[in-house]
Design a protein around this ligand. Structure first.
Ligand SMILES: Nc1nc2c(ncn2[C@@H]2O[C@H](COP(=O)(O)OP(=O)(O)OP(=O)(O)O)[C@@H](O)[C@H]2O)c(=O)[nH]1
Ligand SMILES: [Mg+2]
Length: 451
């Protein structure tokens, strides 16, 4: 990390009042001094702001404010300079070009945050949470990300690791100092409660974090059913906007139509699909295939039935096909006469009408209930935030379960230490305490430039 990197840190697409160019590295101050009119700048104390002009030879490029932050109390722990220039991409890019001419190099996506991690200012989980914070689409997603950034989630993992280390230390004492064995004998019986406690806590973290994924990414909901039952009408009614075309002609929707809404802080993404039926129409056939594919990919399916018509064979097949997945049945058109017989299913049935708006609120609430996301505002939202972290926690859990089993089968306690250590290392990888370079590169590549 001997290079000095520079990038535009603000979103410079479109117009804004200012842009910020961030420079970090050993020569940050020297490079900026070469193009900044303020002569006191290079000798100024840390964390000060300076006024002046950015100049290429005698030509003034912009009137700016420059922030000087000396290592180590900076975002990257290196010398950092931030130039506040005028908005619009042309000025900022001109200044950036000039910085490159004077010795700075372009920052790769996420490189500032990567340096913060490699220089030990933040751990891997905190770094990933910064990315989550930038991408947060709802208040709950923001809260979840800030718990990661501020170290709350790290603490959760560290407490578990400490329990494991405690266990390992006791076992080591037994091996290394057998003379104490009478007093400190570690037996099958006395490690069982600790192992069970670790297992329970890991299970809880994993389960909550998996639900937390829906807070972060939202829930994708496929609306499926036979033609003309009112799927597009349902989408429009939920979104309170005429997004999809509605007619009384069967087979109106040919392609998917999507729409999002925020309900109780959770992003719900509805996908309206083509009505499912046997058809010889080529375009409609492709639509039907797409509908079935979306049903598989979505987090949950709403099967729409028509209260005004008897159940068809195709609908019975659809009912059977959703038995093993998360699904809700919405019986639409209850404003019309009931001709639909009793539906047998293990899924929750909600009756309503897109015309009278009955059942819509209940439908949204049921989606939230299925994912146990009710009362989010009371929860502290300290979860692992991505699949990398969750799969490491799962590996850690799996190993602990193996240890518990081996312990029950009377495997000597010192043999168990190897697996406990592995489990402890898996948790370490979540916060980046044992990391591989490739993994680190991969994670930071996903950041936007200048972060
Ligand atoms: N009476 C009544 N009519 C409804 C209701 N919901 C939808 N409709 C009517 O049912 C017809 C079909 O509605 P759509 O929303 O286009 O049905 P769809 O399931 O999307 O149909 P396809 O796109 O062909 O698969 C339209 O004429 C709607 O006005 C309802 O709750 N009550
Ligand atoms: Mg439709």
């Amino acid at each position: 990390m001997n290079t000095t990197i520079a990038a535009i840190s603000t979103n410079n697409i479109g117009l804004g009042a200012i842009n910020i160019i961030r420079i970090s590295g050993p020569e940050a101050i020297e490079i900026v001094s070469k193009i900044f009119s303020n002569k006191k700048f290079s000798q100024a104390p840390s964390h000060t702001i300076h006024y002046g002009y950015i100049k290429r030879e005698d030509e003034v490029l912009d009137e700016v404010l420059v922030m000087l932050m000396r290592a180590p109390k900076t975002y990257t722990k290196e010398d950092v300079v931030e130039i506040n220039c005028h908005g619009g991409s042309v000025t900022a890019n001109k200044i950036l070009e000039l910085l490159y001419e004077k010795g700075a190099v372009p920052a790769e996506p996420g490189e500032f945050t990567k340096r913060a991690f490699l220089n030990g200012r933040i751990n891997l989980l905190e770094a990933e949470s910064i990315e989550d914070l930038l991408e947060a689409k709802s208040e709950n997603a923001r809260k979840m990300a800030i718990n990661g950034v501020s170290g709350k989630t790290t603490k959760l993992i560290q407490e578990l690791r400490e329990k494991m280390v405690g266990l390992l230390a006791n076992i080591e004492v037994n091996i290394d100092y057998p003379e104490y064995i009478d007093e400190l004998q570690i037996t099958k019986e006395n490690i069982t409660p600790v192992l069970t406690e670790i297992k329970n806590e890991l299970e809880k973290i994993i389960e909550e974090s998996e639900n937390g994924q829906f807070i972060k990414n939202g829930i994708t909901i496929a609306i499926i059913g036979r033609p003309n039952v009112g799927k597009s009408s349902l989408l429009n009614a939920l979104l309170e906007e005429d997004k999809a075309i509605v007619t009384d002609i069967s087979g109106t929707t040919r392609d998917i139509v999507e729409g999002e809404l925020l309900y109780k802080g959770i992003n719900l993404k509805f996908i309206d699909t083509a009505g499912i039926r046997e058809t010889n129409d080529l375009v409609e056939k492709i639509g039907v295939e797409k509908s079935l594919a979306i049903k598989q990919k979505a987090d949950i399916t709403i099967l729409v039935l028509n209260n005004n018509e008897p159940l068809t064979k195709e609908e019975q097949e659809l009912l059977d096909s959703i038995e093993n997945q998360k699904a809700i049945i919405f019986i639409n058109k209850i404003d019309l006469e009931t001709k639909l017989e009793k539906v047998t299913t293990s899924k929750k049935i909600i009756k309503g009408s897109t015309r009278t708006k009955k059942g819509l609120e209940e439908l949204k609430q049921e989606i939230i209930n299925i994912f146990s996301l009710e009362d989010m505002s009371y929860k502290d939202l300290t979860y692992l935030s991505n699949t990398r972290q969750i799969s490491l926690a799962k590996m850690s859990l799996q190993t602990i379960e193996n240890v518990i089993e081996a312990n029950e089968e009377n495997v000597p306690v010192d043999m168990l230490a190897i697996d406990i250590r592995e489990s402890w290392e898996n948790l370490g990888q979540i916060i980046g305490e044992s990391y591989e370079d490739e993994l680190v590169d991969n994670i930071f590549k996903r950041f936007c430039l200048g972060k």
